[in-house]
Ligand binder design. Structure first.
Ligand code: SF4
Length: 202
């Protein structure tokens, strides 16, 4: 039988296994925190994720196809979630910029209120990072951003908007540079979800 990262003996023998097991624990934290908020406002976790996503992303990303990729679920799952949000008058469908079967989503005033009530669902986790010094945070962030890019490259994570996958990103020795912003990108300047991101060609 192959070695499992969920086997404590394997974790003791290998730091990478411990990290993977730790990330699995943290994924449970996100689920738990999101469920707490969902119960408070009478929505499902995916409905809250959709509302928060629409609040902070540009129009071309706010449609059924992209949301399905963003959250790794099927289009029918997204459509069902949107049906509820539409019935509750939290989103508005805009058919003007495409063929009349697909639409772009916007938040209604009620949708904006729900975002204001729920968008801090990860705050308990975020507050813990205040206890780390900046060097540790930079190091964790560097590893995390590289991991997200690699997961995207291997096809496991279908959507990412990090600098490393962007057509404006340039590496010059150890220096990273953004050709759009025309500035050097230090570790803390690397973006995970850049509004200007454009995917570089393969
Ligand atoms: S446009 Fe954004 S994602 Fe692309 S390299 Fe510049 S900062 Fe990074």
């Amino acid at each position: 039988m192959s070695k499992s990262v969920f086997d404590p003996n394997q974790q003791q023998a290998d730091t990478a296994s411990k990290i993977v097991a730790g990330l699995e624990r943290i994924s449970e934290v996100f689920k738990a925190l999101l469920w707490d908020k969902a119960k408070q406002v009478g929505l499902s976790p995916i409905q809250i994720q959709i509302l928060i996503f629409i609040a902070y992303h540009k129009e071309p990303l706010c449609n059924v196809s992209h949301l399905a990729k963003e959250f790794n679920v099927t289009k029918p799952t997204i459509s069902d979630a949107i049906k509820v949000l539409d019935r509750k008058k939290m989103v508005l469908k805009d058919y003007s910029s495409s063929d009349n079967r697909s639409y772009t989503l916007h938040l209604s005033e009620l949708g904006k209120e729900i975002v204001a009530q729920t968008q801090d669902f990860a705050a308990p986790l975020q507050s813990l990072f205040g206890n780390f010094d900046q060097t540790d945070l930079d190091s964790v962030f560097k590893t995390l951003s590289e991991l997200i890019y690699k997961l995207n490259q291997t096809g496991i994570l279908s959507v990412q908007r990090t600098c490393m996958g962007c057509k404006f990103f340039m590496k010059d020795g150890h220096r990273n540079y953004c050709n759009l912003l025309e500035k050097e990108l230090k570790t803390q300047d690397i973006r995970l979800d850049c509004p200007e991101f454009e995917e570089k060609s393969a």
